[in-house]
Design a protein around this ligand. Structure first.
Ligand code: V47
Length: 388
């Protein structure tokens, strides 16, 4: 196969030996990738179905290095889950509780601020705030929360509330999605996480999360946020009852919206954790599927700047390997995680900055601490500054 020469944003460290897979479809896709041609649905399916995982990983790693060179990002963040009370009862979820039932909790705002300040000695640059759909918390609770966090932690980026929560706040408060987003932004919301997208296929949603907004509604809220200049991430829940077609459909819908708005920063594939859910008879994902998912996302989502291997969900070891299968980010210190741990995750609650750097460097990558908007962070003593 002849070597093709083309402009690259970064020199690719991967050796340029001849690409030859025993899977003929991968050879065709390799040609497209080299020519920077967009992959279509049939290509996406072929990627999920290839037995040649190493060739798939090679291709994804090639694209990842073309975009980011040898850099791998992490951040110093803290998750805050202010309530697990939820009116929805999604079969996929082990976190939500009905109000007044055992284990249900809702934090007073003072408790939110105490949680924000607790448990980690290094200055965090991001709070990641998500909760259940509480039927009685007014919008003021959330605007107050953001104002209080902003006042107490002025340097910290506030990434909060999934598309599902925003939609619910709008219904509960008889407001439009745009009005809710505007109020939250005025109160200090900087960007939004990617959760709650699950899988867009309505056939699958009807089984795993029939109480949630539809896939189109999730995309509508994201569109509205992006139009207001609020960046977000996007997720996909995989490894339950969905098929390859559903996964490809989900990725293509995200790619189409990204063409329209450019508002997504990072894609995060979330592997289904079955323990303590109604679907606990389903098996856990295998490491092979987890790595495939990272690689396919990198190749199909050509307009997404970043692919995250969320170590809490994948385990630190798989997340580290994923840095050679298409991922350029392993998320952050997290400190305390509830959604996955309620569903059986055995990963640690948090990792230190030093542990994240060690994982990244042992993967042969250059660790770059980022803020939520992917600007490099520098630390001198206990002070933090952001480039740009
Ligand atoms: O919204 C719920 C999913 C999400 C389960 O944007 C489950 O940077 C697997 O969205 N098994 C929360 N998944 C996590 C999330 C996230 C995580 C890290 C970074 C970012 C980001 C976003 O987890 C939920 C839901 O989609 N989820 N239950 C479960 N049993």
């Amino acid at each position: 196969m002849p070597e093709v020469s083309y402009p690259m944003s970064h020199p690719v460290t991967q050796p340029r030996h001849v690409f030859a897979s025993e899977d003929a479809r991968l050879n065709e896709i390799h040609e497209k990738v080299m020519a920077r041609e967009r992959l279509d649905a049939a290509d996406g399916l072929a990627l999920y179905r290839t037995p040649d995982v190493l060739a798939l990983g090679w291709l994804a790693n090639y694209v990842r290095e073309r975009m980011h060179g040898n850099i791998a990002y992490f951040n110093v963040n803290r998750h805050i889950n202010h309530t697990n009370v939820c009116v929805a009862a999604c079969r996929l979820c082990a976190f939500g509780r009905k109000k007044g039932t055992e284990g249900a909790y809702t934090m007073e705002l003072e408790e939110v601020y105490r949680t924000a300040a607790a448990g980690y000695s290094e200055a965090v640059t991001e709070f990641h705030i998500v909760g259940g759909l509480h039927p009685e918390l007014p919008l003021d609770y959330f605007t107050e929360m953001l104002r209080g966090l902003r006042q107490r932690f002025p340097q910290v980026h506030l990434k909060g509330f999934t598309m599902v929560e925003i939609w619910f706040f709008a219904k509960l408060n008889k407001m439009t999605v745009r009005e809710v987003l505007t109020k939250l932004r005025e109160a200090g919301l900087d960007s939004m996480p990617g959760g709650g997208a699950e899988i867009f296929s309505e056939r699958v949603r009807a089984i795993i999360c029939d109480h949630k907004i539809s896939g189109d509604q999730w995309l509508d809220v994201a569109r509205e946020a992006h139009k207001l200049g609020i960046k977000s991430n996007a997720t996909m829940l995989y490894g339950h009852i969905e098929g390859d077609e559903d996964r490809v459909d989900h990725l293509l819908k995200l790619r189409a919206l990204q063409d329209e708005t450019g508002g997504f920063q990072t894609f995060i594939g979330l592997s289904f954790h079955p323990d303590n859910t109604v679907l606990e008879h389903l098996p856990w994902t295998t490491g092979m599927l987890d790595l495939k998912q990272i690689a396919v996302a990198r190749l199909v989502l050509d307009n997404f700047p970043h692919i995250k291997a969320y170590w809490q969900m994948l385990t630190p070891k798989i997340a580290q390997i994923a840095l050679r299968f298409g991922a350029d980010d392993i998320d952050g210190t997290v400190v305390e995680e509830k959604i996955y741990h309620d569903a059986g995750a055995t990963t640690p609650q948090g990792l230190t900055r030093q542990e994240l750097i060690r994982l990244i460097e042992a993967a042969g990558r250059v660790a770059v601490e980022r803020d939520t908007l992917y600007r490099p962070v520098t630390r001198v003593g206990s002070s933090v500054s952001v480039a740009g």
